[in-house]
Design a protein around this ligand. Sequence first.
Ligand SMILES: [Zn+2]
Length: 272
Amino acid sequence: MNILAIFAHPDDLTIYCSGTLARWAEEGHSIFALCCTKGEVGTLRRDLTKEKVAEMRLKELMAANLIIGVEETIVLDYPDAGFISGPDLREKLIFYVRKIKADRVITFDPWVNYEVHPDHVIVGRMAAEAAAFSAFPLLYPDQLKEGIEPYKCSEVWLMGQLGHQPNYFVDITTTLEKKVNAALKFEATLELLAQLFAPNIDPANVSPDELKKLNKYANRLLRSIASAIGKNINLKAAEAFFVQKTLPGHFDNFQQQLSEMLGNPSEQPKIY
Ligand SMILES: [Zn+2]
């Protein structure tokens, strides 16, 4: 299968789904990573320029993707925390779904509540639409040249904080090491999220010694999150998803929606 991970910032995919991507890569699937921004505002430090931050974060992204087994990384240059044009992004993402012949798209859940980051919402929404609409030949017909054909992407895997109970858990016991190692490549993220691990560390001014500490705390946190997600379903480590199959222009979920509307319990989650 060709699997396309579509995310907003260089560090997103490692945190939410790299254990799963690493497993799929080990199983022989081709993994493509598409990052919509360079993450150039992702710091509280005052001594850096956007160019410098983008350069650091892209280097971290490439190092992480090497560990995960990503075959190709594509970086678009939409503004980080700016206003990404939905129609423009959708057209571009449909182009990549067609070009890569993506059978599965993995992205943010854009229907989650209390997500304040506009990039996560718009990227998730447009990525989901790209998966559901890339098969329509009359949509963006100008793309259909030089071997690019309409393509039916059959599944969308929504990652991260979900607007829905997970319906899939992926056992990442064997790839947790890769996930942790890949995530710890993102030093700029460790600094930015310093308050999450250590309230006393100033995220705008992290010393090398403090960075080592943050690294240790993040390592522990990533493992405990994976184990907390796995606990419910008796796995040592897991990542959670809400998976939707696609029909042209829709998610293939009419039966499930009807059943839930009538008050029936949702289906038991599957384990991969
Ligand atoms: Zn992000």
